[in-house]
Ligand binder design. Structure first.
Ligand code: MLT
Length: 210
């Protein structure tokens, strides 16, 4: 038997009291940490278990989930490897805690690695909410996402993610069979109250989330 070293992430695991709800996998943006999205997670699905890892890369002291060469230009080999690391972490936490597949809730850099998880580990996630995500790969693999619900919320005035880029990501995921809801909000890269309302609505619409 070969022993496989599972990459551990500094993380918060907050057990919810409503076991009928899928857990949320919270993935922060650049410069955030494992505490950043906990209040949002609690707000949009009270009672759900929250799994919140900290990205293992430091860029000028700011945690991220993978290396980049410049803003919006990713080190794709690093992203690919760290996507597998994050997938292993999720599987270990699920097995240790007896949890069903989580729904990813990622913001910015966290949304980008969540998109990569969807592409490279179909079936790992019960669904994914991608807030201000962009296409993670120049030549993305074909997605195989039969019916996986995906919420993509973009900012019409986002200086980091051009509209064509998020539209291409939506088309890629949809082409792979995901049930994509894509909305462009009249905001920039930051999160808004509109995101919270739409997230709540979308999470509520996924079967078993009530
Ligand atoms: C990224 O590097 O993932 C994106 O440029 C978003 C960001 O983190 O600023």
């Amino acid at each position: 038997m070969t022993a496989v070293a599972t990459p551990r992430f500094v993380h918060v695991l907050e057990r919810g009291d409503n076991l009928a709800l899928p857990p949320l996998l919270l993935l922060h943006g650049t410069g955030g940490d494992e505490h950043d999205l906990l209040p949002l997670g609690r707000m949009v699905t009270p009672g759900a278990t929250l799994i919140s890892p900290r990205g293992q890369v430091l860029e000028n002291g700011m945690p991220r989930f993978f290396h980049r060469l410049a803003e919006g230009v990713f080190d794709e080999a690093d992203l690919r490897r760290r996507t597998d690391d994050l997938a292993s972490f999720v599987q270990v936490v699920q097995a240790e805690q007896g949890l069903p597949a989580p729904i990813a809730l990622g913001f910015s850099n966290g949304a980008n690695i969540a998109a990569s998880l969807l592409l490279h580990h179909p079936g790992l996630l019960r669904g994914a909410a991608l807030l201000r995500a962009m296409m993670p790969y120049r030549e993305p693999p074909a997605a195989r996402l039969d019916g996986t619900p995906v919420l993509l919320l973009s900012g019409a005035a986002d200086p980091i993610v051009p509209a064509a880029n998020s539209a291409a990501l939506a088309a890629l995921l949809q082409g792979g069979g995901a049930a994509v809801t894509h909305q462009s909000l009249p905001v920039g890269h930051g999160l808004s109250q509109m995101d919270v309302g739409l997230l709540r609505q979308w999470l509520g619409s996924i079967q078993g989330m009530r």
